[in-house]
Design a protein around this ligand. Structure first.
Ligand code: HEC
Length: 183
């Protein structure tokens, strides 16, 4: 029995070695999925497009899924435009003031302070200066959103950390803080 086992093993090994090392014949593929991708090959040559490649740039004006374009540029004119025209799309049901406050605390209060008076921890520790009190700035919902998107001078953009709804929630919270400071 053990002899038969040995012979079979040797034969199996010899067959494996021969089938996989002979480059002149089509090889035996034990797991074809690992050699041949099931998906399309975007970088294969193609006669369909002029540049001869299957992979093409997206058509100009394409928007990736989930991305909402922001049309106001990072310029003074863009700021003024947003200040006048840009309005919050949030409805009364969307307004979750608890979430708005939490987001503000996470992203803004280190500099602007919990009350928006410009007395955040970084200011108190003299790590960051020149943070305004919201009541001293003539801002609108559009301009606050614009500043979250593009930043302003020493304040960086927060666009990548927040989605559209979160930004508008923060805008609402900033307006509330400002109204309280103006009282
Ligand atoms: C690293 C510190 C820092 C953080 C964090 C920060 N800001 Fe600012 N912010 C500033 C500074 C500095 C200015 C003053 C910019 C200027 O006018 O030169 C400013 C200005 C502003 C203004 C007034 C802009 C105007 O039009 O005059 C608003 C509104 C504002 N920030 C909102 C926010 C919001 C909302 C967040 C959180 C998403 C935030 N900031 C996070 C530093 C910060």
């Amino acid at each position: 029995m053990s002899r038969l086992f040995k012979i079979t093993t040797v034969l199996a090994v010899v067959t494996l070695v021969f089938t996989s090392c002979d480059k002149s014949r089509r090889q035996l593929q034990f797991m074809p999925d690992m050699y041949q991708s099931v998906s399309g090959e975007p970088y294969e040559e193609s006669t369909v497009f002029e540049n001869g490649l299957e992979a093409q740039q997206p058509v100009s004006g394409s928007i990736s899924r989930g991305h909402i374009p922001y049309e106001y540029p990072d310029t003074n004119e863009g700021y003024e435009d947003a200040k006048k025209k840009l309005k919050s799309p949030l409805t009364a049901e969307d307004l979750d003031s608890e979430q708005a406050k939490n987001l503000y605390t996470i992203y803004c209060s280190v500099c602007h302070g919990k009350k928006g008076d410009g007395q955040g921890d970084l200011v108190k520790r003299e790590k960051f200066l020149g943070i305004p009190n919201y009541k001293d700035r003539d801002v609108t919902e559009g301009s606050i959103y614009h500043v979250i998107m593009h930043g302003k001078n020493m304040m960086g953009s927060h666009a990548s950390q927040l989605n559209e709804k979160e930004r508008w929630l923060i805008v609402k919270h900033v307006q509330e803080l400002r109204n309280n400071l103006l009282k």
